[in-house]
Structure formats: C-alpha cells, structure tokens
Design a protein around this ligand. Structure first.
Ligand code: SAH
Ligand code: SF4
Length: 366
C-alpha cells in the first residue's frame, strides 16, 4: 500500500502497524509525524494538558532489572517525602493551574503505605476543593487497595505493562514469583472494573524487543481499551543488570540513543494514528535521549506532559535511569520551560482542566 493511503486508514491491521514502525526514510517518517499530528488536532485538539508529577518515595519492594531504584541497588539513598511537603507541592500544582497531579513512587504493599496514600488522597482533594484530578502510579496492588484509593479520590491509574510480550517481560524481571506479567495484566483489568481511567504503556528499544512486539503493544492498548498511554524509550541505568549488559554490548552509543529516540517517536505517532482519541504523554525519557525530545513527542502526536514537581531536594534520588533531565530545576523553572516548549510546537496549555481523554467517555471495556 502507498504511504499516503497507509497514513489515512480508518482501521489498522498488525501488518500495517509493523510497516509504519519500519519506516526509516526521513521524508516518510516526517509524513508519519505530520499525519499523527493532524489526527491529534482533529480528535483531542492542539492543547497540551499537564499532570504535575510528584515522585514522593524511592523505596521499592520490586527488583525490575532495568530500573535504577530497584530493591537490590544498594547505592541508592532511600527517601520518603513528608506529608506536609507533598501537600505543599500539591497546592503549588493546583495554584499554578496544572489541573491534575500524578503521585508516583516505588512499589510498596504494606498496610502503612496503603493507609498513608489513602489519607494523602483525601487531603489533596480537600485542599483543592475536589478541583485537582489525581493519577496514581504506585504499582501492583490488591483490588481492595485499588478500591480504597478510588473511593478516597484517585480517578486515574498509570501502570505500564512494560511489554505486551510475556516472554520478553520474563527476561527483564527476576523469576522469583513476584514479577509476573499475568498479575500486571490482571491489575489493569481490576482498575478498569473499579472505574478508574486506566493508563498503561511500554518501554521502547529494550534488548530483545522486535518491531512485532511493539506493534503488539499498540494492539494491547487497543484491546484493553486504554484511555491514556505513557510510554517512552528505554534509558540505561548503569547500576542495573539490563543496563550493565547494554553497556557491555556497546549498545548505548549516540547512534543507539538516536535509534531509541526515533523508535519512541514513531510509537507515539503510530499509536495516535491507530487509537486516535486517547491521551498520550510525551515522557521525560525522550528528553533524556535528546534535548528537545519532549517537543518532538508533541509534534509526533502526544498531548500530555508530566512536569516534575517533586520536592527539589529529592530529585537527584529518584533516578530510574541515567541522564534524567530537570533534576536541578525547581517547579517554577519547569513551568516556564515547559510553557516555552509547548509554544514552540504551536500548541497551547490547557490550564485548570483535568484533560480527560475523550476515549474514556465512550469506552467499551467490560
Ligand atoms: N513503581 C511503579 C512506578 C514507578 S516506575 C511501577 O513500576 O509501576 C515508572 C516507570 O518507569 C516504569 O513503569 C518503567 O516503565 C519506567 N522505567 C523504569 N526504569 C526505566 C529505564 N531504565 N528506562 C526507561 N524507563 C524506565
Ligand atoms: Fe520498583 Fe517501579 Fe522501578 Fe520496578 S520499575 S523497580 S516497581 S520503581
């Protein structure tokens, strides 16, 4: 099929998706980005919504083999953010018109953590008179825990499937019974059942990952009726099993980084073409690989940014990967910087709005 036809289809097959992800010619790739941007403009508008991101603790019971704050990384100084500091950052987020907040941390499943989050959610709702939308991103939990948090005020949940290929998932996680693809998928189903707007996503450019895998990730988002996608390139963390192997294999060259950046952008564009009305984040990992990574993401069809509003003193301790940007900035700097980045693309910022994806309101998942 000719590229112009492929770029304007109503329904895409797996082969179509693989063909689009395989594009390498610079003009073809630009045509892909332009088509995706046009779909974004038509279905969700040229408006970027913010989800202020508070990374409030790096304690984690998990040991994902790619992640810098995995349990076995003894070089990490662990931190918890004081409740008052989190509430102050939430207030700042609200006062600055961000509309929505994401609370992210390593995974914990103990009673103290569950109760702490529950209280925090109620306090954040109270301080914003219910005005601030809250997304949680704190990993795998029981249905009861997800229910308690939903009732306390969280209305979105972000849990990346990481890869839709269970065999690839198994190569990236310890086989200790605590890192099971099927459990992660079941969590997404639970979140749907409870009424959350469910976000998921993958890492792109993982060792052993094929274009077929990536195409299947997009089909997974479609089949799971996902309302928001938060995905990004894999970025090396030097003190992790996957990172060490990646470096030993000499895969983290400039060319390798550029390849993963482009793959990340193509995934945004093809996801936009296939799913049309979902929210797609332009993630910080894109910027870890390229100074203008997040603008490029917006131009390729993304419509969500997650400005970091983590307490400045803890930013350098929440490092999932190397070269994380914005570590030395304070929230006000991030705000001005991002506004300029959005304007440079020709989009505007949707201040003071939750920015729910249109998809959520006509979703079909049981
Ligand atoms: N603990 C929670 C949330 C924090 S981790 C959870 O795992 O769901 C958030 C995301 O960071 C993960 O889903 C993973 O996709 C991403 N991440 C971790 N290490 C990464 C790396 N080295 N490169 C890119 N993304 C990474
Ligand atoms: Fe923990 Fe999330 Fe990192 Fe896995 S990806 S080690 S669960 S913080």
């Amino acid at each position: 099929m000719d590229l112009p036809d492929l770029l304007h289809k109503k329904n895409y097959s797996r082969d179509d998706i693989i063909d689009l992800l395989s594009l390498t010619d610079a003009d073809d790739v630009q045509a892909l980005y332009d088509a995706a941007y046009a779909v974004k403009a038509a279905y969700v508008g040229r408006v970027v919504y913010y989800r202020g991101l508070i990374e409030f603790s790096n304690r984690c019971i998990k040991n994902c083999c790619y992640c810098g704050i995995r349990r076995d990384n003894r070089d990490v100084e662990r931190f918890d953010t004081d409740r008052d500091d989190i509430l102050a950052m939430a207030k700042w987020t609200y006062d600055n018109g961000y509309g929505s907040l994401t609370l992210q941390s390593g995974e914990r499943q103990d009673d103290e953590f569950i109760a702490y989050i529950e209280g925090l959610l109620r306090d954040i709702k109270k301080l914003s008179d219910g005005g601030l939308g809250i997304t949680l991103c704190v990993g795998e939990q029981t249905e009861d825990t997800y229910r308690r948090w939903f009732e306390a005020g969280a209305h979105r949940y972000l849990l990346r499937i990481e890869t839709s290929n269970p065999a690839l998932y198994a190569t990236l996680h310890p086989q200790d019974g605590h890192h099971q693809w099927s459990v992660r998928k079941e969590c997404l189903d639970m979140l749907h059942r409870l009424g959350y707007q469910v976000g998921t996503g993958d890492m792109i450019g993982l060792p052993g990952q094929t274009l077929e895998d990536l195409a299947d990730d997009i089909l997974f988002y479609r089949d799971m009726d996902i309302a928001m996608i938060g995905m990004g390139p894999y970025v090396v963390h030097h003190n992790t099993p996957v990172g060490k192997q990646f470096l030993a294999d000499d895969l983290d060259t400039d060319a390798g980084k550029l390849h993963r950046l482009h793959l990340g952008l193509k995934m945004i564009a093809v996801t936009r073409l296939v799913l049309k009305d979902v929210n797609i984040a332009s993630t910080t990992a894109l910027q870890a690989l390229h100074p203008f990574g997040r603008e490029l993401g917006l131009k390729a069809g993304a419509n969500i940014l997650m400005p970091i509003v983590t307490v400045p003193k803890f930013r350098s301790q929440y490092l999932l990967y190397d070269n994380k940007p914005c570590v030395d900035e304070v929230p006000a700097q991030c705000k001005d910087c991002l506004r300029a980045r959005v304007a440079s693309v020709g989009d505007t910022v949707g201040l003071g709005k939750w920015g729910d994806s249109p998809h959520f309101f006509h979703h079909t998942h049981p």
